[in-house]
Design a binder for this molecule. Structure first.
Ligand code: SF4
Length: 402
């Protein structure tokens, strides 16, 4: 399918909007009152450090709502204002944050139901409005909605669209896209729908496996089994790895994407010689600025003397998981939580581990004077961060007076 031509025709359709509806000022006030925080502003103004009682909070210098998320949420709010009575759907969570998604539901924005792992678009009528979230939607979903003739409001972040353009370039030049990402993540599902041939690698280890196969061959059946859910239909590792281009989910660990790019560059150089490299390898930087800034700020934060880290963000938020990984690699006790309710008491916190397990840790908050590093993912409102910091201050204050 010519996805580029489809996108062009969709964007010219009168049923399509990706710029909002002119209610920016009204919506900005509403968003400020719902999601912003005076406490967080105060910490920013104090050079990202605040001490209260025994607790010093050290905030990362870049954290929380990114430009793309703010834009997506604002357009969703504008959509509700512009279509006050129409039925409005969203193809997935607008962003990976439970409080924002709950707000969408309160505003009568429905999620497309999922039956046996498949979205059921039969609920959408031709007079309905459908919002595409910040991390986009697959071309097939866009096609279904376009065929129905409903109003499409596209909040896909331009950084994500940039990756789609990249894989379309690979497709045009007959390169296989090697996508550094999570094959189940909605953004990567969308990206792969715009690609021609593709292979999704989760990390450097998987990339190394593919590079070894390119250089030395290997067990074809094992390869196909390993990437069964992470490659294009009919993918043939013996034919489809002769020309590769690198792309990534925008929220992966930047350093790992770079290492994967370098690995394939070296691999293709070794296999085909440096003079032939351009015929076999292409790379473009598709990590978004916001992800880069948050990861760089986290790397800077963990260099300070910290007793523990709190990493705040949705449990299905990829960029938050990367921040947690940085803390763990530094050997810090670090707790990834999505809301204040995960802090059960001074003695108990429920948090998500990197492997996805939800666990409870006892005695997580040390006695006496402590320094806590705090950061949050790109889809976390400041209000959520404030609630968590206030809870920690309150718990420690109770101990101090008892
Ligand atoms: S994290 Fe980056 S790609 Fe994702 S919405 Fe924010 S700016 Fe866009």
């Amino acid at each position: 399918m010519d996805t580029k031509a489809f996108k062009r025709s969709l964007q010219n359709s009168e049923n399509y909007n990706r710029k909002g509806f002119g209610h920016q000022a009204e919506v900005a006030t509403q968003l400020k009152s719902e999601y912003q925080s005076n406490l967080i502003q105060e910490i920013r103004d104090r050079n990202y450090v605040l001490k209260r009682g025994d607790v010093t909070i050290r905030l990362a210098q870049a954290f929380g709502f990114c430009w793309g998320v703010e834009r997506a949420v604002a357009i969703a709010y504008e959509t509700r204002k512009h279509f006050p009575t129409e039925r409005i759907w969203i193809t997935n969570e607008i962003i990976h944050n439970p409080s924002v998604n709950q707000r969408m539901q309160e505003m009568q924005v429905g999620f497309i139901p999922v039956e046996a792992g498949k979205k059921d678009f039969s609920v959408v009528g031709n007079k309905d409005v459908v919002i595409l979230p910040a991390f986009g939607a697959s071309v097939q979903e866009m096609q279904i909605l376009n065929d129905k003739g409903c109003q499409i409001v596209d909040t896909t972040c331009p950084w994500v669209s940039k990756v789609w353009n990249t894989v379309e370039k690979h497709k045009k030049r007959e390169y296989t896209s090697i996508i550094h990402g999570k094959y189940k993540h909605e953004e990567t599902i969308a990206t792969s729908s715009f690609a021609g041939k593709y292979l999704i690698v989760l990390n450097l280890k998987e990339a190394q496996y593919v590079a070894d196969y390119i250089l030395h061959g290997g067990n074809r059946e094992e390869f196909l089994q390993k990437f069964a859910k992470a490659c294009s239909p009919g993918f043939d590792p013996d034919q489809d790895l002769e020309r590769v281009g690198i792309a990534n989910q925008t929220t992966m660990l930047k350093s790992e994407t770079e290492q994967i790019g370098k690995l394939f560059e070296r691999t293709m150089m070794q296999k085909y010689s440096p003079t032939e490299l351009n015929q076999h390898f292409q790379t473009f930087n598709t990590i978004c600025d916001a992800t880069q800034e948050r990861q760089d700020a986290m790397l800077e934060l963990v260099e300070h003397k910290l007793d523990l880290m709190i990493v705040i963000g949705g449990f299905n938020s990829s960029n938050t998981t990367q921040l947690q990984q940085i803390a763990q690699e530094k050997g810090l006790p670090s707790y990834h939580i999505d809301c204040v309710e995960r802090i059960k008491s001074i003695a108990s916190i429920q948090h998500r581990q990197l492997n996805g397990d939800l666990v409870i840790t006892d005695n997580w908050l040390p006695k006496g004077e402590i320094v806590i590093g705090v950061t949050s993912g790109a889809s976390t409102p400041d209000k959520v961060v404030e609630d968590i910091i206030e809870k920690i201050f309150a718990l420690k204050a109770t101990v101090a007076v008892s």
